[in-house]
Design a protein around this ligand. Sequence first.
Ligand SMILES: C[S@@+](CC[C@H](N)C(=O)[O-])C[C@H]1O[C@@H](n2cnc3c(N)ncnc32)[C@H](O)[C@@H]1O
Length: 459
Amino acid sequence: MITKEHITKLKQNGNGEIAALINTQRDVGSINFILESLGRLPNNFNAEFLYELLNHSHSQVRLNAVKNIGKLNGKSDTDCLFQLYQKENDTTVRREIVSSIGRQRKISNKPILFNFLKDEDPKIVCQAIRGLLVFENDKEVEKNLRPLVNHPNEMVRTVIYKEYFAQENQHKSVLPHAETYDFLKNVVVNADVLETLKFVPDESIHLTFTSPPYYNARDYSIYPSYQAYLEFLEKVFLETHRITKEGRFLIVNTSPIIIPRVSRSHSSKRYGIPFDLHPYLVKNGWDFIDDIVWLKPESSVKNRIGGFMQHRKPLGYKPNSITEYLMVYRKSTEKLLDWNIRNYNYKTVEESKVADGYETSNVWKIDPCFDKVHSAIFPVELCKRVIQYYSYKGDLIFDPFGGSGTVGRTAKLLDRLFFLTEQEPKYFEYMKTKTKPHTMFNERKTRFLTLEQFQEIAK
Ligand SMILES: C[S@@+](CC[C@H](N)C(=O)[O-])C[C@H]1O[C@@H](n2cnc3c(N)ncnc32)[C@H](O)[C@@H]1O
């Protein structure tokens, strides 16, 4: 039996003993085992057999051969690799060829790497870009790469944008990342969100968690059409984008809804709000990050399956909806999350660390909450998780559709700050009654303001 130790010994002899071993193998598995066990190759390694294996009928063998040729550190024969690239059909092998050539960091390989930029496979193009970017301040490289900012593939565009254009368009935040304006801290405005946001400066909030109106399914909102509703939300989240700090999160809780039928001769209409809203968000500078499913007990939701239980006729199946979505987005940026985190001091990072018992999957089992006054309030547990997982202590949390103020109260509970808008006076007043000044809001008093009062303090 061939062992790794045996392969290592033969390899160090460097005089073709590995080639001889491979020649005696009858099955592809053993050849691959030898190739995958080679590890680092010594300087005197006789690599001729690797080039012969480039013509092997099995793609995994060709892939392993290319990988080992890539370890020859600038001594590999690029022409052989390029010839294989031209006739190779296996995408993994093709990508490995490009990566192998790129890793050599040889100026003479530039023309071949420029050639790869025309490949249809975006991963090959990205691989070639990576190989070219090692030639820093190279005008020829820059001339070939800059136009790719208009490449059809988004990954390619992002890499090029980051490399050549991001500096030019850098966000100009007036305040340090972890800080915000005093006049926004623990404020609730009784007004339309779009009117209110006119007075909120760019890049002033750290996190938005919200549950927008459910189109016309509840009595607190009436829109002339579903399209008008989506366009209203588009505007709200465009403004939210403007006031959000670089690279920070937006979490939108929605679910498909049903508008009951007009009469027995019509069907009820279902609207897939999370799916219809998603393209508007992505188009407007929000990167999609995650879909979290909020799972409720079946006993807590409306019974839709009753009719089917009686008749059992296919097509008439209507399952009980026990889920809602928490769609997680991040304000587009070239910066990594590490950059956001580095903007907080050691103490804040330590104190904000999430304690044991956190949710590990994207399905969150949480009981819904029922309220006498407001028909759709967040369970505190849902707010707690979102705020703890997506913000740091001292951050400003925004809810454009404040309702009964659950986001605000929970933010305060977790040593964060909040800024809410709620247009219905009934809910605004209700929020005041839920605010206990001596317990929850003792450090920084909550300010309940009209739009005019807010406008005044925003000056
Ligand atoms: C689904 S509820 C939010 C409930 C909230 N998450 C809670 O825990 O109480 C949506 C809220 O948005 C409010 N709203 C609707 N349109 C608004 C607008 N244009 N500006 C501000 N608030 C609005 C409604 O009055 C309603 O209270």
